[in-house]
Design a protein around this ligand. Sequence first.
Ligand code: OSB
Ligand code: MG
Length: 386
Amino acid sequence: MQGSSKIIEQQPEKRTTAMKIDGVEVRLIRLPLIEPFETSFGKIDSRLIFLVCLEAEGLRGWGEVVAEEEPLYSYETVNTALHVIRDFLGPALLTEPIHGIDDLVKRLSPFRGHNMAKAGLELAYMDLLAQASEQSLSALIGGELKRVAVGVSLGIQPTISRLLERVEKYLRLGYQRIKLKIKPGWDLDVVDEVRRKYPHILLSVDANAAYTFSDADHLKMLDDFNLLMIEQPLQYDDLMDHARLQEMMKTSLCLDESIVNLRQARMALELDSCRIINIKVGRIGGYSEMLGIHDLCVARNVPVWCGGMLESGIGRAHNIAIASLKGFSLPGDISASSRYFERDVISPEVTVDPDGTVAVPDRVGLGFDIDVDFIKHMTETHVYIS
Ligand code: OSB
Ligand code: MG
């Protein structure tokens, strides 16, 4: 099947398939955002970044837990993830050598939920696997694209004119799609103004679940603006109402918060709750589930794209590898490091070319150097499990 992906088996002569994990290191670092990010949840001006490093066979694999400090986008928080990794998930990886990604998933699967915590570990493990098999992360998962198309997610701004400035700035930088955060009171007028000024750009909106089905008539008015999609208009766990709304609307709905695993993705497509899926590896618990959703969507001709969680360069490097899979046919929320932070934790930092693409590294592993000194310098909390 075209676009079907699988994790390429390790070459037996290069490494034994079993890998013994010697330690799990967690570092929480606070990175100030270049500008505040406001959504229907509220406004943040820094990101408490949760980094995970797995040590095995003299290698260090890096991942990122995308949970935020407050349980708004998800019930998970930085602190629940720390608890669950320290007390349950981390120890489960240390008991016996791990025989591949399926084995890792099996070790973590008895623990219900906590996908972001699980994904952090799975990401780090995938970096280890890529290094052990001497290939890039993209090659490891069968990624084919050498460059990935990117867009930008613009937070709610104090005024519409401020928003128009932001839109102008990112279009000039080459970003291929503009996504506007919306909420009741910051929606139709705002979209109308942006669309008037830019009649032909790829434009989408993201409500982060700020509406209910009782707003259906209001949301239907968004059909006038030729949007690429409306992301997660209704409650995070409501596939039924999204299906009712999708049936009423011309514009494609895209689900983000609602799709927490492959089963929910299947249900959403069966119910016609959406026509597009935003894949965030953190939200769905890791690469394995990501590949399953990707393949399901490719088989059903449903476009997918790579979402973002204001990650540091480590999470972003994983997102770039993921977005190199053929099924990722719409621009991702993968912006340049400089769009988020003064200084990133990787080098070189992620840059967006004037054509609105980001290069997929072909170096072994994550494809970027980790700035360990900077990470250590910024560490607020350090936990080591062995
Ligand atoms: O809904 O896509 C979202 C950031 C944090 C939490 C949720 C979302 C977002 C974004 C930012 O939209 C995307 C990015 O990382 O650039
Ligand atoms: Mg979203």
